[in-house]
Design a protein around this ligand. Structure first.
Ligand code: GLA
Length: 378
């Protein structure tokens, strides 16, 4: 996969970039809507990524272009950065410069291969490639964790998407051949070896092509449900409730919707830890079962799935996947399956047939490998 941020930069701005920085999207293996509840998550970086080619400017102007939006150059002054301006993809770049309190201008060209709106975190790939680049270029001396926080602030406070911090941490800290166990409350990370290919398995992504928008609506309302549940249970966040506490806590909530949301978050935290333990034992059958249980919880209790993803999960399981689930923020996007590498062709045909039967637009399917986190590439 060759991306073209550097050549796009040269073509558009007429000079060389000072450097090129790349940051990956991620698959969240498990741990959905647990991050903003101070819980645990287990994402891994994928090879699909965003590249940012950048050079500084002396006149305090920012000029940005994206190879995914040909012909458009967005220009503004670094001193006029303010949440809400500009809109669209450029807000993610401007938001990072704002969160890092940039005082100098720059030219920037981006190119990306993470499918947009599929739940594979194209936004973190964008903000983290830009954050890593600006940090190097202007010598801010920030650690990867600090860059992750700035990237998250760009999304939360500049773009206005109320997401948690998993995606940015994953994009910056993941390592090839590993998933990253991130405990938000403790603010600790652990590299968990994750090599399904050694067991003859693959992770197949089935992108339903149904698009979500995290800046609006459902994501936010799930977050509010979780906050309301924590308030009623007198805990700082739902991380303060364990599976053992659950029966009493659910009784105390006295609201069917909050019961379901809480049950998802609390059991999901436990499944994350259980999958990490199963991976350590190479118990792939158990990993698969937990993935499917997580899907049921995400679909039924958290009500964050959609028919197209549910149909994909079902077809994948029928085609012999060890487990399958909706990954990412929900309300569309992609399913992942842990599946025998030899069964991939059958699984693809099964999904195609199920989609065709229902007149859904065809899904996009590809395998992913646990890949490296963000880095300077030129
Ligand atoms: C999106 C958000 C993350 C996380 C997931 C759900 O990807 O950006 O912070 O909340 O949804 O697990």
């Amino acid at each position: 996969m060759t991306l073209a941020a550097a050549s796009g930069f040269r073509r558009l701005f007429g000079n060389d970039p000072t450097g090129v920085w790349a940051a990956p999207g991620r698959v969240n293996l498990i741990g959905e809507h647990t991050d903003y509840n101070e819980g645990v998550v287990l994402p891994f970086a994928i090879a699909e990524r965003t590249e940012a080619a950048i050079a500084s400017r002396q006149d305090g102007h920012i000029r940005m272009c994206s190879l995914q939006h040909p012909g458009e150059i967005v220009e503004l002054k670094v001193r006029s950065l303010s949440p809400g301006l500009p809109r669209g993809w450029a807000a993610y770049v401007a938001g990072v410069a704002w969160a890092m309190e940039c005082e100098e201008g720059f030219d920037l060209a981006i190119d990306g291969s993470v499918p947009l709106g599929s739940g594979l975190s194209s936004s973190a790939a964008l903000t983290c490639s830009v954050g890593l680049g600006l940090n190097d270029l202007f010598g801010f001396g920030m650690t990867h964790r600090q860059i992750a926080r700035a990237a998250q602030a760009a999304e939360n406070d500049y773009v206005g998407a109320p997401t948690g911090g998993m995606d940015q941490i994953a994009s910056l800290l993941c390592r090839s051949g590993h998933a990253l166990l991130y405990d938000v409350r403790a603010d600790t990370t652990e590299q968990v070896p994750f090599a399904p290919e050694a067991a003859g398995l693959s992770v197949l992504v089935v992108d339903s092509m149904i698009r979500h928008g995290h800046a609006s609506g459902e994501y936010q309302s799930r977050r509010q449900d979780c906050e309301e549940s924590a308030r009623r249970l007198s805990v700082r966040s739902l991380r303060g409730v364990t599976v053992a506490d659950l029966p009493i806590a659910l009784e105390q909530l006295g609201d069917e919707r909050l019961v379901k949301r809480t049950r998802h978050v609390v059991t999901e935290n436990q499944r994350v830890l259980d999958i990490a333990a199963a991976l350590a034992r190479d118990d792939w059958e158990r990993v698969g079962r937990l993935l499917t249980e997580a899907h049921e919880s995400y679909r039924d209790d958290f009500a964050a799935s959609c028919p197209e993803v549910d149909v994909a999960v079902e077809a994948l399981l029928e085609a012999g996947a060890l487990g399958a689930r909706l990954t990412g923020g929900g309300f569309g996007g992609a399913a992942i399956a842990l599946i025998g590498t030899d069964d991939i062709d059958d699984a693809r045909s099964a999904v195609d047939a199920a989609y065709d039967e229902r007149n859904y637009q065809p899904a996009s399917m590809f395998t992913v490998m646990p890949s490296a986190g963000a880095q300077r590439i030129a």
